[in-house]
Structure formats: C-alpha cells, structure tokens
Design a protein around this ligand. Structure first.
Ligand code: GDP
Length: 203
C-alpha cells in the first residue's frame, strides 16, 4: 500500500487549537533523535519535515494527515528539551498541555528513542509524562542502522522493562521497518480494523 503524508495544519498558539474528530498519533522525542528524518521517511519525501541542524528550533505542533487510512501524526518538536528562555519554554509547555487536555482523539504517543543510547533521564521524563496523561506509548528506536543488532537488543530490552512494550527498531536511512511502523500506527489509530499485516523485519 502506498501511503501519503500531507502537512495539514501548523499550530503555534493555543488559540489555533481546535478539536479534530480524527485519531491522532503523537510523535515525540528530544531534538536530534531523528524525528524529521523519520517523518520524511514515512512520507517517502526528502523535505516534508525540515531536518534541523539547530536543536529545538521549531516551536509548533505539526499535523500530518496519513492517507489512505485518514489519521493524523502530530509532531511535537523538541518536546521538553527546548533550549530557550524560561518564558518560551513555559509557553511551549502550555501549548502542549492544552493540546493534550480533553483531547479524546489521541490514540498513542510514539516516543522516539536513540538506538545507540541507554535510557536517558529526559527520555524517561517524557515517558512518565505520557504515562501520567494515560496515553499509550509506542516506543520507537531510531537510527538503528548506526549500531549492531546485539547492542540494539540490549537497549531494546532496557526500554521494554521500563515501558512494558518492546520498541520497534527503525532506520530512516535504510527504510528499515517503515511499513511495519505505518501499519502499527494505523492499527493503533483504528483498533479493530483490518490492516496490512507486516511483522517487523528485524526487532
Ligand atoms: P530531529 O532533530 O529529531 O528532527 O532529528 P533529524 O531528523 O534532524 O536528525 C538528526 C541527525 O541524525 C541528522 O544528521 C540526520 O541525518 C541523522 N539521522 C536521522 N535519522 C537517521 C537514521 O535513521 N540513520 C542515520 N544514520 N542517521 C540518521
């Protein structure tokens, strides 16, 4: 199945938030984890999401419509790790809180984790934040091409112990598990509906 991702909406201010009656999968991760690259990989386009060299530069919620299924991937850039002033960070935090509050259409949060790193404090904070909000977590280990499978498995096991879900390993460079991740998102957005069944190539 060919999937398309289209940037539908960008929200900078609380006043721009509106209730969208469509299942939403949050994409979260600290700067440089490979989030823009993953969006581009899922979209099969090089420049849909800007690959930023400046960490934490973007301050907006970006809604990508995934077709043909018809759910949104909502990108939360630089969540919690903004290298910016306290005021700016507080404003950003408020925008995220408003987005999450009373939003009954959030199906899950895909939390991006670097395959090469042991669980980091700020990643754990992000995981516990979503857990507190009662949002199911889809752990996604990025840049899997950059490390050996043996090392990756160790990191994967550590995250599995923490989150109680086995992370899916992806690579935007090789395209590893691209389709499996899209299928997992679709299944999470529309539970009970038939989706293409693809087992992750490698876990
Ligand atoms: P973001 O800040 O989370 O959006 O991260 P980017 O997508 O901008 O990626 C940060 C850096 O990691 C860039 O230099 C990317 O080329 C690199 N990168 C991202 N994903 C991968 C991957 O799957 N494999 C490899 N080898 N490099 C990656």
């Amino acid at each position: 199945m060919t999937h398309t991702l289209t940037l539908i909406k960008t929200v900078y201010e609380e006043s721009q938030l509106e209730e969208l009656e469509v299942p939403q999968i949050i994409l979260a991760g600290r700067s440089n984890v490979g989030k823009s690259s993953l969006i581009n990989c899922l979209a099969g386009r090089k420049k849909l999401a800007k690959i930023s060299s400046t960490p934490g530069k973007t301050r907006s919620l970006n809604y990508y419509l995934v077709e043909p299924e018809g759910y949104y991937i909502v990108d939360l850039p630089g969540y919690g790790y903004a290298k910016c002033s306290k005021t700016e960070r507080a404003k950003w935090g408020m925008l995220i809180d408003s987005f999450l509050k009373d939003n009954h259409h959030i199906a899950a949060a895909a939390v991006l984790l670097d395959s090469r790193l042991n669980p980091q404090q700020n990643d754990m904070e992000m995981v516990s934040y979503f857990t507190q909000c009662r949002i199911p977590i889809i752990p996604v280990m990025t840049k899997s091409d950059k490390c050996k499978q043996r090392d990756r498995s160790k990191v994967q096991k550590k995250w599995q112990d923490i989150i109680k879900t086995k992370p899916i390993c992806v690579s935007s460079k090789s395209g590893m598990n691209r389709t499996a991740l899209l299928n997992l998102f679709a299944k999470t957005a529309f539970p009970g509906q038939e989706t293409e069944n693809e087992t992750p190539e490698e876990s």
